[in-house]
Design a protein around this ligand. Structure first.
Ligand code: ATP
Ligand code: MG
Length: 482
């Protein structure tokens, strides 16, 4: 949880919190040069919130690059990187990165999202910041070291948990629509409220999100996902009308349809509950994405049947199939992380079905075989998926899952299915029967795998070999002469 450090809110001087030696060094250098410098933005916000952060932003009225060079020369082993075209420079001192920039003034033209940048005052620099809590600056001059410069009452907003733009919200968001995602991300990460006018500004500007690169949107989404209560972000996106632009498949899950008085649950809100429940038990980003997407196939598979009511038959498989396109569009990685999410979404109905039935060894072995090392994550997802309001029902499911878990453990200890490779390989089969690659090789291989999973034979080379010979004989195959 976040906390406010024990500071007197009206004292407004925070020099004692600027402990890193770099601050004193900057102070000396700018005083010698008769300049003014400030630590500003996210670092100050996080400092006052008691959140640790390693990125320090320093703004100097003058040249950021020159100041960075002077600072770097005072720290042995520091690393200086200069970004000439941006007029910025970074000094890395051990694991702390200090970014230096000259105070600037930005003006946007309607037809372009690239601002015109000019040298400016501290005030100009604070005016270009996105939120009042991100515009806080602390002086680094010796005479008022640590004094807060807070033209927009950001400190009050920080204290009250408010996200607010310093200037007119609609202009702020229209100038740089990424700020909409940042507002929602900060609200989620910090559990803050977006002030009404600021929220209205987002709602009025949602369409402009189209001009923002998907990579930057994705960064914000991942930050929302890694928050303690990620549902907050998706609910705000929905309320502001931004969700259809970001994840229309998630928007499509909203609402309850009724036929003859019979409705289904709202799958968007259900998903939000599952996502938060998973977030409480795991900080695996990809398990969280799997939770967000576990029912994504429901809108496409929804049917009403007079007898059984609402069904979402095969929604897990349909959902899993939708994921490569969604990942590609969102610029999420198309690597083993996608594979993992596809696997969990595809398998997420299995433990439930298992627990409703007699839990046979064979069904447990098959689940272990398919889930492999991700079996624990799958069980976490499935337990989170039980969101019924009927407490008795929830308890019954959770009890059944306990049985499934016990059984999984027993069978894994006995049969070692989890990372199981059939003891007789396709190559062996081809060699023994002098076969070219052909369907019959696959048939034999599958028969062996099924026999092991069904408990007909043990997961053992000799038993598998004998089984292979027997099954091959039935197919009229004889071992070759080699
Ligand atoms: P985090 O580091 O958690 O992403 P942050 O607020 O520190 O959050 P940075 O990208 O590190 O974000 O930016 C540092 C500061 O630069 C911000 O606090 C803000 O003052 C300013 N800033 C960043 N992005 C924008 C933007 N799109 N519009 C206006 N100001 C911005
Ligand atoms: Mg930052």
């Amino acid at each position: 949880m976040l906390y406010m450090p024990d500071i007197e809110m009206n004292k407004k001087t925070f020099g004692e919190y600027l402990r890193h030696p770099v601050f004193r060094v900057i102070s000396e250098i700018v005083d010698e040069r008769g300049q003014q410098a400030f630590v500003i933005g996210g670092f100050v916000r996080d400092l006052l919130l008691g959140r640790p952060s390693k990125d320090i932003d320093v703004v100097v009225v003058g040249s950021g690059i020159e100041l960075a060079e002077a600072v770097s020369s005072r720290f042995r082993g520091s690393k200086l990187s200069v970004f000439k075209s941006f007029g910025t420079a970074m000094v890395k001192i051990r694991d702390v990165e200090v970014e230096f920039v000259g105070a600037r003034r930005e003006s946007y033209r309607r037809e372009s999202r690239k601002p015109i940048v000019e040298d400016g005052s501290l005030e100009d620099d604070q005016n270009r910041r996105d939120f009042t809590i991100n515009a806080l600056a602390l002086s680094l001059s010796a005479q008022n070291y640590g004094a807060l410069v807070d033209p927009f009452n950001g400190l009050d907003d920080l204290h009250n948990g408010i996200i607010r733009t310093p200037l007119e919200p609609e202009i702020t968001f229209s100038d740089d629509p990424l700020r909409m995602m940042r507002a929602i991300r900060f609200a989620t990460q910090l559990n803050f409220t977006i002030e009404q006018k600021t929220f209205d500004g987002i709602a009025a500007t949602v369409e402009r999100i189209k001009i923002i690169s998907q990579e930057r949107i994705c960064d914000e989404l991942n930050k929302i996902m890694m928050s303690a209560e990620p549902s907050l972000g998706f609910k705000i996106m929905d309320k502001a009308g931004l969700l259809p632009f970001i994840l229309p498949e998630l928007s499509a899950m909203k609402g309850v349809e009724r036929v003859g008085g019979r409705g289904h649950k709202d799958n968007f809100y259900h998903t939000m509950q599952v996502l938060d429940a998973v977030a409480q038990t795991s900080d695996n980003l990809w398990l969280r994405w799997a939770a967000l997407f576990h029912d994504i196939g429901k809108p496409r598979t929804k049917r009403f049947d007079e007898k059984t009511g609402w069904t979402f038959y095969n929604h897990n498989f349909v959902g899993a199939k939708m994921l490569p396109d969604i990942f590609k569009r969102l610029k999420l990685p198309l690597n083993e992380n996608l594979k993992y999410v596809v696997k969990l979404v595809g398998l997420h109905m299995r433990p439930i079905v298992l627990s409703e039935d007699v839990v046979t060894d064979s069904a447990v072995r098959r689940l272990l075989f398919e889930a492999g090392d991700d079996i624990e994550d799958l069980m976490l997802l499935c337990e989170a998926d039980i969101t019924s309001r009927n407490e008795e029902k929830v308890q019954r499911y959770l009890r059944n899952f306990k049985i499934v878990r016990r059984k999984l453990k027993e069978i894994e200890e006995k049969d070692h299915i989890r990372n199981f490779q059939p003891p007789v390989t396709g190559e062996m089969i081809m060699q023994v029967f002098d076969l070219q690659p052909s369907p019959v090789v696959g048939q034999l291989k599958n028969a062996i795998k099924d026999a092991i999973l069904d408990g007909v034979i043990h997961n053992d080379y000799d038993e598998a070999y004998a089984f292979m010979l027997q099954r091959a004989a039935e197919l009229g195959l004889k071992p070759g002469n080699k």
